[in-house]
Design a protein around this ligand. Structure first.
Ligand SMILES: Cc1ncc(COP(=O)(O)O)c(C=O)c1O
Length: 417
């Protein structure tokens, strides 16, 4: 394995070599050396159901025992689609294996429906590893975010600050934007919340410009039963989800209304050979919508990710944010805390930033890295700089109090003369 790991970026996700894991249970996992960690990162939101949740373990084993792959639909998918429709208010759903692929398909559908190419993104976003979203701003110009991308990605994307309605209006004005693809709150550059009125403006301006709006809830769905789309009454054309909806078993999904689904109509002529253009939007994969992902999602959604579970995790999130604020206040530090349901973030600046660049500029990456190592050495696994602590449905008050206590110790250690 290049760099010694199954996926190269596992190698430099943190400022230390990767910890190899043996197993997990509930709110904790244990590494190959036998150290157990209280997990406050929950695998970048994908483990919001907790480690090895019993009902999912059973459902996956049962499905495996009855055959897990046919490239034909199984009944679980009906219940999953129905639950997602009720939960996120979009009636029609398609499935992939990851949120990246869901976003890739949504971008294609938007291009097909609008006849336009440009995708509009907010600075500080992360929306997966699809070419179209791997762009950033450098000196005001859109550039590829990483190596190996075609230079042409820069001509198909626009990147503007979150919460900036004027920039949004200007970016939509040429009427060449197919899609705005946005998290309801930025979660990959700290937790950056929308300013009052921003989502209304986003919806209004995209409609006026003939641009589709997709809200990516892949991370934020942990914050409320219907995601922040439900909690804030948003009305996007598409909702994208993934990660935790199948308890960490690979899945991605996107929900839409009939106008958007019209783009998935079959080709007028059946296609029966490769090597010729097909009159259909490019979607799909051999394992997309597979019965194992569907069996896991069915139980995760129906039995675990209930309204009660979200009420409980939101209360834990409040306890966590309150504890962080008290520790910060005790130490007399000019830091701030933001929370959405069971997810929180602490900034090293007094006022929570309102866009990605401000969040990045206000950060102290070395201090943040130090806090991670301080906690890991004491048995608590924190997220990297981008996310902040999150509880899963397997966490309890004692877990939250332990995390806060350790944060308090860290703050005391770095502020003591
Ligand atoms: C908001 C958002 N969308 C999409 C993705 C991509 O998810 P995946 O890596 O499962 O494809 C991520 C990953 O962190 C994300 O944060």
């Amino acid at each position: 394995m290049p760099r010694g790991v199954p996926m190269a970026w596992m190698d430099d996700l943190y400022e230390h070599p990767p910890v190899w894991v043996s197993h997990g249970e509930g709110s904790r996992f244990t590494d190959a050396d036998g150290h157990t960690y209280l997990d406050m990162y929950i695998a970048d939101m994908s483990l919001f159901c907790g480690h090895a949740p019993g009902p999912v373990v059973d459902a996956v084993a049962r499905r495996m025992g009855r055959g897990n792959q046919f490239l034909l639909p199984t009944e679980e998918s009906i219940e999953v689609a129905e639950d997602l429709a009720a939960r996120y208010g979009r009636p029609l759903w398609q499935f992939t294996l990851a949120a990246t692929q869901a976003n890739t398909e949504v971008i294609r559908i938007a291009r097909e429906l609008t006849g336009r190419e440009v995708v509009l993104l907010f600075e500080g976003k992360y929306l997966g590893e699809g070419d179209s979203t791997l762009v950033v701003l450098k000196d005001g110009a859109v550039v590829p975010e990483a190596r190996g991308l075609p230079r042409s990605v820069t001509g198909q994307a626009r990147v503007i600050p979150f919460n900036d309605t004027n920039a949004l209006e200007a970016a939509l004005e040429p009427r060449d934007v197919a899609l705005v693809l946005a998290e309801p709150a930025l979660t990959n550059v700290g937790l950056v919340l929308p300013q009052p009125g921003f989502h209304d403006a986003l919806r209004g301006l995209t409609r006026e410009a003939g641009t589709l709006l997709a809200i990516d809830e892949t991370h934020t769905l942990v914050s409320a039963h219907g995601g922040l789309t439900g909690a804030w009454g948003l009305d996007p054309d598409v909702v994208v989800v993934g990660k935790s909806i199948a308890a960490g078993v690979p899945i991605g999904a996107y929900g839409m209304g009939p106008e958007v689904a019209a783009a998935l109509a079959p080709a007028p002529e059946p296609w029966n050979s490769l090597g010729l253009p097909v009159e259909e939007v490019a979607t799909g994969g051999t394992l997309f919508g597979n019965p194992l992902s569907m069996a896991a999602a069915r139980v995760a959604l129906l039995d675990l990710l209930t309204e009660d579970a979200f009420d409980r995790t939101a209360a834990l999130g409040e306890r966590m944010a309150g504890g962080l604020r008290e520790a910060i206040e005790r130490a007399g530090l000019p830091w701030s805390v933001v929370q959405a349901g069971g997810h929180a973030y602490y900034f090293f600046v007094p006022e929570p930033p309102v866009d990605g660049a401000a969040s990045r500029l206000g950060d102290d990456t070395e201090l943040r890295a130090l806090s991670r190592v301080f906690m890991a050495n004491r048995g608590v696994w924190e997220s990297g700089w981008w996310l902040g602590p999150t509880v899963s449905i397997a966490h309890d008050e004692r877990d939250v109090d332990r995390y806060v206590e350790l944060f308090d110790d860290f703050v005391a250690a770095v502020t003591s003369p």
